[in-house]
Design a protein around this ligand. Sequence first.
Ligand SMILES: Nc1ncnc2c1ncn2[C@@H]1O[C@H](COP(=O)(O)OP(=O)(O)O)[C@@H](O)[C@H]1O
Ligand SMILES: [Mg+2]
Length: 573
Amino acid sequence: MANIVQPARDLGRIAEICRVLVRHGFGEVVARLGLRRAKSPESASSVPESPELETVASADEVRRGNRERGEISAAVRLRLVIEDLGPTFVKLGQVASTRPDVVPPDVITELRKLQDAVPPVAFTAIREQIERSLSASMSDLFESIDEHPLAAGSIAQVHRARLRTDEGSQEVVVKVQRPGIVDTMASDLSLLHTFAALVERAIPESRIYSPVGLVQQLDHAISNELDFTVEAENALQFSQNFQAHPSLKFPLVYRQASGKQVVTLEYLDGTKLNQAVAAGHSGKKLARAILEGVLKQIFEDGLFHADPHPGNAIVLGTREEPVVAWVDLGMVGRLGPRLRDLAVDVMFTALRRDYLGLADAIYAIGSPTRKIDRHAFEAEVALRAEKYLGRPLKDIQLSGLIRDLVQGATQFGLEIPTDFTLVGKVLVTLEGVGRDLDPDLDILAEARPIIFDLICRRYSPERLGNELLRRLERLSGATYNLPRQLEEVLYELRLGRLSVRTEDPGLHAAVDRTGRRLFVGLLSSALVLSGAWLLSRGKGQAGTALFVACGLLVAFLGVTETLFRSRRSRKDR
Ligand SMILES: Nc1ncnc2c1ncn2[C@@H]1O[C@H](COP(=O)(O)OP(=O)(O)O)[C@@H](O)[C@H]1O
Ligand SMILES: [Mg+2]
């Protein structure tokens, strides 16, 4: 997001932030950041408890802060600060609540309570926003629109409407950004960037929470949420992924009435999830539909709703066959194929209590920031995992396990990608939603067949064949490039610029061995490549024959090489 620096406004906002911090008992932070002004002599005596803070807040606020500090925990006070500071900070808190690797559990519990309910914007401003954003008049686009909002959040307001289409009018909802929200958030964000850097410099112990990284993540999340074309794209992708799954649904997007600040979606005429059981739906059925859907999103598709709380789900369909529809698709998590496979590995090894495998999977997910003692790391993973997995399946708290493992990995200097920590957050929400709907829900037992099926599919001949082909294609690419690289080497040689440094007295033997191995490698890869190709074209017999020939060749060459080596080493002795 662009940095909009408005010095005067920024100064006012900084003063306000300081005041709120003091008011909730964080005066020490303000003092350590060096943000208080020099105290004036006449005011110094008025508040004997914290005279220097009175330069940024009133005496009453300082007193209130001191009282709160004695009575309320820091985590609760932090939430109060955030609520007082408004939408950008509420979003910051919500993003921070997804980072169990850097934020302590008691703070996370408080941050989850952050709600972004705000008074609605007047409809005239909403109308202007729609017309400006879509460059069309309201009456051209809509047959009618309900001026009373269906919902009003900190970023957007949702109105029901009837959209004109070629097939007649359609029931829709129009989600409209609050006018001016982009500017407000941009300037708050630019302040936050400055603030985070200041905090890291002035309070070194804050670095384990990585304020700068957190604000960068917030910036990314907000930029995505402030661009409704992202939400529209996500809705489309989800709908495609769930085409063959009738128990889960995502709203259709009407592109002709959608843009960056407005998105028009199919109206989902149903019951809110938290009222569905009271309306006669089966909690058990709903819980299973939701669980299966979310597991598919994470582990199969690698595209998942980052905030599956009950307010974002609408129940449609009949009591016998309910359909759960998800809205609010601005913030999603994404796992690329590799990370997705590794996430499946985490679940698979956890289900089998294979702690060594679990440690391997976590290690592969992270990026080491320093040298890691693998034995100590494995022992740590086993210790943490045993705490959760050494219980009956139905008492295992999956989200707790993931959170604990991520924390352990971070302590060892493994940086875990945010999208993976997001999986942990989604699982926490899912456990809450699932158990509210069905207290007997056994998440791991439900997950087991899904995970096992994914593992089976990973090793299916079809996927293996494709994988093998891809790798061989890369190999053949390398051999194809070989002549050019050789040419470069010869060129350097001719210029007398090539220098070969050798420290190995056995270099001759090594070169000899390498040459033979390269030959075996190239020959067998060519055979496997043609074999795999024939197999994939359905010419099974020829392909199998080539595979067998290749295996025999490798075995034969391997044996002769070993014989050759042992004869030679005997001769050398
Ligand atoms: N397609 C829809 N059909 C019916 N109701 C919707 C639809 N989309 C959103 N809503 C309602 O509007 C509320 C707010 O929309 P949402 O996309 O969650 O915005 P926010 O980002 O403000 O939470 C939802 O909780 C839901 O009740
Ligand atoms: Mg919502």
